[in-house]
Design a protein around this ligand. Structure first.
Ligand code: ARG
Length: 251
C-alpha cells in the first residue's frame, strides 16, 4: 500500500512538473529607457523589443515576463540565470560574445551624436579633432560608452560622463553639463522629438547590429532564431517596427 501511495505521489509530481513546463514563462531582461525599442507606458514595458519577444514567446508556447533593470545589469542577469534572454537594442560585439550567445540580428543601429541646436560641434569628426576637449555624455556600458572611451577619453581628446540611462544623458545635455550625447539613432530621434532645442548631427559614428542575448549554451537560442525567421518571413517583424518607427517615404 505504501508503495502504491508513493507511486501515485511520484506520478502526480511528474505530471505537475510537466504541466508547469508546458505553460512555462520566459523571463526577458531589458532596460526600458530606450524608445522605441523599450520604454515604460503606464506600468508596462512596451516597444519593438517587447513586442518581438512577445511574438516569439507566443510562437514557442511560453508566457513572457519582462524584467526592467539597468543596461549594465543585463548581461550579468543572463550569466547568473536570472533571465532567459535579453532584448535591449543590444549591439552584437566580440567582447560580449565572450559571456553571452547572440541570436540572429533583427535590426541595425547607428551610433549618432546629439547636440544643442546652437552647438559648435558640426560633425562627428569635430569630436576627434586635434585639441578637441569636449565633455561627452553616454549611457553607461553601452557601445557608445565603449567607443568614446577609446576614441575620446583614452585618446586625450575630452572626457566622458556616464549616465544610468539615455534620458539622464540627454537631461545633462539640456542642463549644459555635457557638450553632446553619443547614443543609438532611434532613441536619439525620440529624445530629440521630446525635448526642444536639440538636434542630431548628420554624420554617423558607427553602424551596428542588434540581437537578442542568451546565457552561453542556452537551448532556447535555436528555437528563438527559428521563430524570429518565421516572424521576419510573414511580415510580423516589419509590422511591429512600422508601429514604432516611421519607415515611410514621408520621412
Ligand atoms: N546598442 C547599444 C549597446 O548595445 C545601446 C543599447 C542600450 N539599450 C537599452 N535598452 N538601454 O550597447
Amino acid at each position: 500500500m505504501k508503495k502504491l501511495t508513493a507511486l501515485i505521489l511520484a506520478l502526480v509530481l511528474a505530471l505537475s512538473m510537466t504541466c508547469a513546463a508546458l505553460a512555462d514563462t520566459l523571463t526577458m531582461c531589458t532596460n526600458a529607457s530606450f524608445p522605441p525599442y523599450e520604454f515604460v507606458d503606464g506600468d508596462k514595458v512596451v516597444g519593438i523589443d517587447a513586442e518581438i519577444a512577445a511574438a516569439v514567446a507566443a510562437k514557442l508556447g511560453y508566457d513572457l515576463e519582462i524584467m526592467d533593470i539597468e543596461f549594465s545589469a543585463c548581461i550579468p542577469a543572463l550569466v547568473s540565470g536570472k533571465a532567459n534572454f535579453c532584448m535591449a537594442g543590444m549591439t552584437v560585439t566580440e567582447e560580449r560574445k565572450q559571456s553571452v550567445d547572440f541570436s540572429d540580428s533583427y535590426a541595425t543601429g547607428v551610433q549618432v551624436v546629439i547636440v544643442k541646436e546652437d552647438s559648435a560641434i558640426a560633425t562627428v569628426d569635430d569630436l576627434f579633432a586635434e585639441g578637441a576637449k569636449h565633455v561627452v555624455g553616454v549611457q553607461e556600458s553601452t557601445t557608445g560608452d565603449i567607443y568614446v572611451t577609446g576614441d575620446i577619453e583614452e585618446a586625450g581628446l575630452g572626457t566622458v560622463n556616464r549616465y544610468q540611462n539615455g534620458n539622464d544623458a540627454v537631461m545633462a545635455l539640456l542642463a549644459g553639463k555635457v557638450d553632446c550625447v553619443v547614443i543609438d539613432n532611434e532613441p536619439a530621434k525620440a529624445y530629440v522629438a521630446a525635448n526642444a532645442g536639440l538636434k542630431i548631427l548628420d554624420t554617423e559614428y558607427i553602424v551596428e547590429e542588434y540581437a537578442a542575448a542568451f546565457p552561453k549554451g542556452s537551448d532556447l537560442l535555436e528555437k528563438f532564431n527559428t521563430a524570429l525567421a518565421e516572424l521576419k518571413a510573414d511580415g510580423t517583424l516589419d509590422a511591429i517596427v512600422a508601429k514604432y518607427i516611421n519607415t515611410g517615404d514621408a520621412e
